[in-house]
Design a protein around this ligand. Structure first.
Ligand code: ADP
Ligand code: ADP
Length: 229
C-alpha cells in the first residue's frame, strides 16, 4: 500500500476553504517537496497528514489508517509520522540527550540505556555528539533544528514531515540543516518537506508539488525539469 493517499480532501477553517479537492498519492521512500506562495495551504496539507488538523471532507489514508475514521488511533499515526517544525519545539528544561530519549523511553518502552545509546548514534548522525548534556537554550537555531530531526528519527517513524525547517534560521545555519536532511533522505526515509529552499527541492527531492489557492497546481516527478522552465 502507498504511504499516504488523499482522495478529494477538503479543509475548512470556518467558512474559509484552505484545501480544495486534494488528490495525491505518496509512495514509501519518496522525497516530496511542497512549494507555493504563503497562504496557499502547504502547512495545512502537511498538518492533516499526522492529524494535527482534521480534514473536513474526502478521504485521507496514512499508513493504511483512515484519518476520518474516529476509531483511528491518532497517537499511532503520530508515532509513525514524525514532524519537524519551523520553531524546533524542543523541551527547554531537558538536556539535548533527554529531548531525544524521552519518546523512545515513554512511547516505545525502550530501556534508558538502550534509548541513550540510540540517541548518541543519532547525535553523531547530525554532528552534535559533543552537545548531549547541554540545554537547548545554549544551542544555535541550526543546532536546535538538527536536534529536533534527531528526536524525530529516534521514534523510528515511517515518514517525516518538515514544515519550513530552515525558515527561522540565520542564513549561515541553513546549509548544516539541509545536509542532515539530505543524509536522512539517503537512508530511504519517506519525506514531505514544505520549503522555500529551491536548491533542496531541485537536487534532493524526487518530486515537487506546487500549491496555490488551496489546490495542487503542479505535481512533477522531474524536479530538475520543473525548475528549468
Ligand atoms: P501556507 O503554509 O501555504 O502558508 P497555511 O496552510 O498555513 O498556508 O494557510 C492556508 C490558509 O489557511 C491561510 O489563508 C491561513 O490564514 C488559513 N489558516 C491556517 N490555519 C488557520 C486556522 N487555524 N484558522 C483559520 N485560518 C487558518
Ligand atoms: P507559520 O508560518 O509559523 O506556520 P502561521 O502564521 O502560518 O505561522 O500559523 C501559526 C498558527 O496560527 C498555526 O497554528 C495556524 O494554524 C494558525 N493560523 C494561521 N492563520 C490563521 C488565521 N487566519 N486564523 C486563525 N489561525 C490562523
Amino acid at each position: 500500500m502507498s504511504m499516504i493517499e488523499f482522495h478529494n480532501v477538503e479543509k475548512y477553517y470556518g467558512k474559509f476553504q484552505a484545501l480544495k479537492a486534494i488528490n495525491l498519492t505518496i509512495e514509501r521512500g519518496e522525497i516530496v517537496t511542497i512549494i507555493g506562495p504563503s497562504g496557499s495551504g502547504k502547512s495545512t496539507l502537511l498538518r492533516t497528514i499526522n492529524g494535527l488538523e482534521l480534514v473536513s471532507g474526502g478521504q485521507l489514508i496514512v499508513d493504511d489508517f483512515d484519518l476520518a475514521d474516529r476509531k483511528t488511533n491518532m497517537n499511532k499515526i503520530r508515532k509513525n509520522v514524525g514532524m519537524v517544525f519551523q520553531h524546533f519545539n524542543l523541551y527547554a528544561n531537558k538536556t539535548v540527550l533527554q529531548n531525544i530519549t524521552l519518546g523512545p523511553e515513554k512511547v516505545l518502552k525502550h530501556s534508558k540505556t538502550e534509548a541513550e545509546a540510540e540517541a548518541m548514534q543519532l547525535l553523531k548522525l547530525v554532528g552534535l555528539e559533543d552537545q548531549a548534556q547541554k540545554l537547548p537554550s545554549m544551542l544555535s537555531g541550526g543546532q536546535k533544528q538538527r536536534i529536533a530531526i534527531a528526536r524525530s528519527l529516534a521514534m523510528k517513524p515511517k515518514a517525516l514531515l518538515f514544515d519550513e525547517p530552515t525558515s527561522a534560521l540565520d542564513p549561515e545555519m541553513i546549509g548544516d540543516v539541509l545536509d542532515v536532511m539530505k543524509k536522512v533522505a539517503k537512508q530511504g526515509m519517506t519525506m514531505i518537506v514544505v520549503t522555500h529552499e529551491m536548491g533542496f527541492a531541485r537536487e534532493v527531492g524526487n518530486r515537487v508539488i506546487f500549491m496555490a489557492d488551496g489546490q495542487i497546481r503542479e505535481d512533477s516527478h522531474e524536479p530538475k525539469e520543473f525548475f528549468a522552465h
